[in-house]
Each structure stands twice: as structure tokens, then as C-alpha cells.
Design a protein around this ligand. Sequence first.
Ligand code: ACO
Length: 455
Amino acid sequence: MDPVKPHPRVEEAASSLVTGGAEATGARRDTLSITDNRTGKQYELPIEHGAIRANDLRQIRYGPDDFGLMSYDPAYTNTAACASRITYIDGDKGILEYRGYPIEELAERSTYLETAYLILHGELPTRAQLEEWIWHITHHTFIHESIKKFLDGFHYDAHPMGMLVSTVAALSTFYPDAKDIFNAQSRRKQTYRLIGKMPTLAAFAYRHSLGLPYAYPDNDLSYTGNFLSMLFKTTEAKFTPNPTLERALDLLFILHADHEQNCSTSAMRGVGSSHVDPYCATAAATAALYGPLHGGANEAVVRMLTEIGSVSKVPAFIKGIEKGESKLMGFGHRVYKNYDPRAKIIKQAAYQVFDVLGRNPLLDVALEIERIALSDEYFIKRKLYPNVDFYSGLIYQALSFPSAMFPVLFAIPRTAGWLAHWQEMLDDQEQKIARPRQLFLGPARRGYVPIEQRG
Ligand code: ACO
């Protein structure tokens, strides 16, 4: 394994598993002993960073024709598919760090573009590096005029995520240099382009759905200020974003910038492992994000809150969840078994946005759901807490975004995380094309049956 410096807490957790008995006898060995009861043979597998290598299991065979032992892990709930240095999550404690920096500090003190730089480069930029980075992103916001023709081809009520997936993939055809994925200069260029153009594609998709003319990027504005301008500018010569809302959106972008090996990032790595260009890989990641169990959840939360409608109907709704009638959208997480730290920050930000724009009446429904759920046996037992999507939709709605745009607002900032993982995957000497194994449980070999003989 590449000499990844483990996060100190990962190392601690790994050693505490072993120390109980072995340390007492002074014989700690970072290995795992396995006895195969089919053959009586014993094996000793090395443990590194709290993991064994799945390939080490292959030596465990019950006969010469046996393929060797595999681990079965549907949905990869306990499989590390890579070593990464980008984002650290402690799901039990509700901790999230980008490159070692706590999300709370970044949310308070950083900007989205600075955080994107950090995620991609590993360190916070100097002032000169930051200025250069912002300049490059800002000067890659325009899209080829032909992309507008693609957008024009979509039906007026096409979902903006469908339009985003398609137009990001289409960028691949405009930048053939992007195929040079092992060329550092080319990679840098595609990174500027993708981070720069995602808001433009998203805003154009939104304007198309309203039948409005496209508003071109304004290089004088900040990343989120320009995005708001491309979305909401009408007849004014220059759009002036409300600073509180511009900052609220920037904060949401920081919180969504990366989240280690989630479904869409795994799609980025998996598709990117075939060495396709980053536009196609980003389109795949965006498609993964579209699903209601992932980036589509914030859209589903607002739909759910609207259907519930009032605080008085919350207890009956929660009862229905307990009976398995539906899921409580915006609750639960594969990794967090505690309050998602991003949800805490978003909840606070929601109040600031509502001070400017007026209180979203659905907030009261959401607060009541949270109050009841956090003291309800069903949710306590399963460690289900609000996730990032529970309150973000309410802010987006207050900012006048239609719910179909919510996952798009997730895809834009996550592009930095996807690209950081794509780059890390390509530079990792141990990575190959992603190709999991299967347990084949289908029929044994049999002969073809002519149609007239089938029952
Ligand atoms: N509402 C009600 N019950 C739930 C919920 C929920 N939101 N989430 C999990 N559970 C229950 C499951 O039914 C299961 O119960 P059981 O043990 O009685 O069978 C138990 O909690 C464990 O849940 P899993 O499905 O094993 O958890 P998993 O890690 O596979 O799923 C997921 C995580 C997909 C996020 C799930 O919690 C969910 O569907 N939540 C709602 C959708 C959502 O908010 N997604 C956004 C996630 S954050 C993100 O992608 C940005």
C-alpha cells in the first residue's frame, strides 16, 4: 500500500482493536489469524491502517480449483476502495474535515473557491495563489455558443439535472485536449473549466426552463455572486447580489464541496478509472448525484414538508414512518450515526437567510419533525439524525430556487471534490480500472432449449 499517513484517529482506532489482549501479554502483532475450518489451515494476514487486503484472502482455498476466498460486501458498506488524503469523517462523533481543517472553521472563515483550492491542492493558498486561482476560474466561465443549442433542444420542463448531466458530458466534445489525463497542465486546465463552467451550465438550464434569455457570466462578481446574476438578472445593466444571500450560498457550497467516498464520488473514481476524460467522468458523478437517495434528497425533503403541510400533522407522519410507509427524507446517513455537522451549520444559516427574506413556513414543520424524531425510539435505535439535506432545501427555497434546482446546487460545489478524487485516483500507483467481483448464484451450465420444447 502507498505509504498513506493515516489520520491519527484512524490509527488510534485501529490499534485499540488489537491492544486489549495482545498488549497485556506484550505480544502485539498487527496481523489477523484466520483458521479455515474447511481445511483446518491457518493463515496470518497483515493489518495495515486498520484494514486487511481483500486480495490476501485469495490464498485461502479449499482445493486447487477453488478461486480463493472473497469478501462479500454489497454497497461497499465495509470496504475501503482507495487510500485518500482529502476528507476525513468520523461518523460516530459527527466530525468532518477537509485536508485536516474542521468544517466549522472553514464554514466560518473560508470561501468556496479557497476551500476548493484546499481540497484540490492539499494546502490553503497564499494570497497570490488564491488570486491566481480565482482569476483562472473566473476566466473559464463562458461556454461555447453551441452548448446553448443543446439546451434549446430540451423540452421546456426538462429537469435541470438531466440538462446538466448532458451538457457536462457534451463539454468533452469541445475540449479534446482533456483526453490527455496524465498531463498536469491539461488536468489543471480542465479543472479551471469544470469549476468555472458548472454554474454557467446550471444557470443556463434554469433560464431555459423559464423560457428566459441566457444571462452571460459577469467577471466582476464573486463565484456565487456571478451565479446569482446568471440566474436572476433581468433588465438591469448590472446585477447586484444581496451580500447575505451571496455569502449563504457560498457557505452552502463550502459544506457541499467534498464528502469522501460517497455514491457520486465513487462514480467519478469508478468511471474515471477507465481513463475517460474528466467531463464524461463528471457527467457520471452528476448522474449519480441526481438520485433521491443522494443529491436528490433535498428536493424530496421540501416535497415531503410541503405534503405534511402543518406542524399538527407531524406526529401522524412520524407514525407512518415507523410503520415503514415511507422514509423520512433528509434523515439518516451511511456514515454519520450522529448529527451531521453540516446540518448544524445549515440550520444556523437558515435563520440568517430568513432574517433577510422572511421565515419559510416549512421551517416550523421541519423543526417539529426534528424534535419528535430525536426523541423517538425508532430513530434513536437506528441512530437517524438530520443530514445535510434536511435544512438546505429550505434555504434554497427561500432564495427562490425551484426544488428541481436543488440537486444542481449540490453538483456545482461537489465538482471540486470529484476532481480532487479523480486526480488522486489517477496518481495512485495502486489503482487500476475499477472492476468488482461477484458471487454468481445463477443457474449452472445448461443446454439451449428450442422454443417449441419450452413449457
Ligand atoms: N427514514 C426512516 N427510516 C430510515 C431512514 C429514513 N430516512 N434511513 C434509514 N432508515 C432505517 C432503515 O429502514 C433501516 O431500518 P431497519 O434496520 O429496520 O431495516 C435502518 O434505518 C438502517 O438504514 P439503512 O437503509 O441500512 O441505511 P443506509 O446506510 O443503507 O442508508 C441513506 C443511508 C440512504 C442515506 C438512508 O438513511 C436514507 O434513505 N435516507 C433518506 C434519504 C436521504 O436523506 N438521503 C441523503 C443522504 S445525505 C447525501 O447523500 C448528501
